[in-house]
Ligand binder design. Structure first.
Ligand code: NAD
Length: 331
């Protein structure tokens, strides 16, 4: 009998702190932009999402995976939401990215996914702003002031010469955190009503856990770019579905946008059809012109796909490996 060859493959472990150290917003932007482009070309695809209420600790747990043939990134993000974690001094959202060698199927990296989730979500809206917002945008409107909001603000602020942030949150006591970041970035800050936010903002980001519209279509002025980032589950909702009829609609992934994204409501009400939504990757690749006029409202439905997680995790693992900051193990 032939001896079976013992196969060992170095697996790198990249912890949360190392992720924070090695990957910049610019790295995340490039990685997310590239993978959205690959998805639109058909070079990268997301696997069906698994999300289960596990019947323990009130937790939701699941997997988001995919394969990017152009970036050679294969893997999944495993994790979910544990509502009791805060009392234990832990983040409620927990995730880990597993990367595999697409040539052999061997595990190549385990990467902490908590920080990267916020970074890749902010990169998604900022990619949409870079490609779709008016170049002369001056006022950024923020709807939401939770964990993701400061990441969103920092990333968006790098895309245009904003002068001011106007913000609204259903829990106004959370606004000072956002204000501190705006001021750190040298931007004026004003807490406003939802209607006033629509009247002033040239670019709007919504990033809440809302289950009903927070912004009505009539409040949004011509020329606005709005990135709807909070709706990532069936039933969640942040804006008036009528806005989808008035806007040119883009998404990270159309299948997800119409099922669990903000577009789910407009599609269910027959206000738009799946075919009305343009993958933002088509704009990135130059196969769609993007914004057609200064008066057009553009809406980006950023639902959050597994390939975004894999893209940023793969960059973090590469840089950490290059800098000798990884722990290596073999299975
Ligand atoms: P968080 O819990 O830190 O903050 C929640 C935000 O929503 C706060 O602004 C809060 O005031 C507001 N809010 C809470 N309950 C609300 C309600 N019933 N109605 C209206 N607003 C409400 O959460 P976070 O980590 O900042 O995440 C915000 C949202 O973004 C969540 O819905 C989350 O699932 C989603 N998210 C999306 C992506 C993506 O890729 N699209 C990625 C990560 C998070």
């Amino acid at each position: 009998m032939m001896d079976q060859k013992v196969e060992t493959q170095g697996i790198v472990i990249v912890g949360e702190e190392i992720c924070q150290e090695v990957i910049s917003r610019a790295d995340a932007f490039s990685a997310v932009e590239a993978v959205f482009g690959a998805m639109a070309k058909g070079d990268a695809y997301n696997f069906p999402v698994v999300r289960e209420a596990i019947g323990h600790a009130d937790a939701l747990y699941g997997f988001k995976g995919g394969f990017d043939k152009s970036g050679l990134t294969l893997g999944l993000k495993a994790g979910g939401y544990w509502p009791g974690n805060m009392e234990k001094g832990l983040t409620n959202h927990q995730s880990t990215v597993c990367l595999f060698d697409p040539d052999t199927g061997q595990l190549s990296a385990l990467v902490g996914g908590n920080y990267l989730t916020a970074l890749r979500t902010a990169a998604s809206s900022s990619v949409s702003i870079a490609h779709l917002a008016r170049k002369d945008a001056k006022v950024l409107g923020m709807v939401g002031a939770g964990h993701q909001s400061t990441f969103q603000l920092r990333a968006a602020a790098e895309q245009r010469d904003f002068e001011k942030v106007v913000a609204w949150n259903p829990h106004p006591d959370m606004l000072p955190r956002l204000q501190a970041v705006a001021e750190e970035l040298g931007l004026a800050f004003e807490g406003v009503s939802q209607e006033e936010l629509g009247a002033q903002a040239d670019v709007i980001i919504t990033i809440t856990s809302a289950f009903e519209p927070l912004l009505m279509a009539d409040w949004i002025k011509p020329g606005t770019h709005i990135a709807c980032m909070g709706t990532d589950t069936k039933g969640k909702q942040e804006v008036d579905p009528v806005l989808f009829q008035r806007a040119t609609v883009f998404a990270d992934e159309i299948a997800q946008s119409i099922s669990i994204g903000e577009a789910q409501h407009a599609v269910a009400q027959g206000l738009i059809a799946e075919g009305d939504i343009i993958p933002v990757g088509a704009v990135i690749n130059g196969t769609h012109a993007g914004r057609a006029s200064a008066e057009e409202i553009t809406l980006f439905d950023g639902t959050g796909v597994g390939l975004q997680d894999l893209a940023v995790a793969s960059v973090a693992a590469r840089i950490a490996r290059e800098r000798g900051l990884v722990t290596s193990v073999t299975l």
